[in-house]
Write a protein of this length. Structure first.
Lengths: 112, 113
């Protein structure tokens, strides 16, 4: 399968705690992106990290990328109930194609 | 700026029928891609169109087809529906370069009975 994998598949934390989710992929990439999906809705872009970057921040989000291990992690600090959603990583490959390979997703539940 | 619009939001069909889903991208976006999302398989890439040309196609049977019009609006068609086609179908638009961020519609939830 070309699909990336994320772990954990599901994560339940208390409001105020940090949430970390990981993504592994298989091919050489141009960039890696993280998306959020609220139940049954479309995905919303969160953050993009290029293959020559190692870390990126956006508000309460921190993304790291390790191209040697073909992995990335997304950290959400000081989580809120509104962060409850599924999170997906997506890779844009260097092969010149115009498709994105999505991970299997992590379902995050933040308890108030 | 209006977002990506998908219609209809929900569809119920029976096996053997065909269905057409519509996607209007963000103004100025020339790329539209389609994904199938099911609980067991995650997001699977169907195809991507840019300026009315299909640039890439996923591993789906020929029953799944699409097209894009000159105004960048896109339609996806599924013929001879099967129970396994029940899924959330998502379209996403972008400027069209490699690695551009995607803007998704809310999806069409298709149920095949």
């Amino acid at each position: 399968s070309q699909q990336g994998e994320e772990d954990p598949q599901a994560l339940s934390i208390q409001e105020g705690e940090n949430a970390t989710m990981n993504c592994s992929y298989k091919t050489s990439i141009n960039n890696l992106q993280w998306y959020r999906q609220n139940s049954g809705r479309g995905l919303v872009h969160l953050i993009l990290i290029r293959s020559n970057e190692r870390e990126k921040h956006s508000g309460r989000l921190r993304v790291t990328l390790d191209t040697s291990k073909k992995s990335s992690s997304l950290l959400i600090t000081a989580s809120r109930a509104a962060d409850t959603a599924s999170y997906f990583c997506a890779t844009a490959t260097t092969s010149g194609t115009y498709k994105y390979i999505f991970g299997t997703g992590t379902r995050l539940k933040v308890l108030a | 700026k209006a977002g990506v619009t998908q219609t209809p939001r929900y569809l119920i069909k029976t096996r053997g029928q065909q269905v057409t889903l519509s996607c209007s991208p963000i103004s100025g976006h020339r790329s539209v891609s389609w994904y199938q999302q099911t609980p067991g398989q995650g997001l699977q890439f169907l195809f991507e169109y840019f300026s009315e040309t299909q640039r890439n196609k996923g591993n789906f049977p020929g029953r799944f087809s699409g097209r894009q019009f000159s105004n960048s609006r896109s339609e996806m068609n599924v013929s001879t529906l099967e129970l396994g086609d029940s899924a959330l179908y998502l379209c996403a638009s972008s400027l069209g370069g490699i690695g551009e961020k995607l803007f998704f519609g809310s999806g069409t939830q298709l149920s095949v009975l």
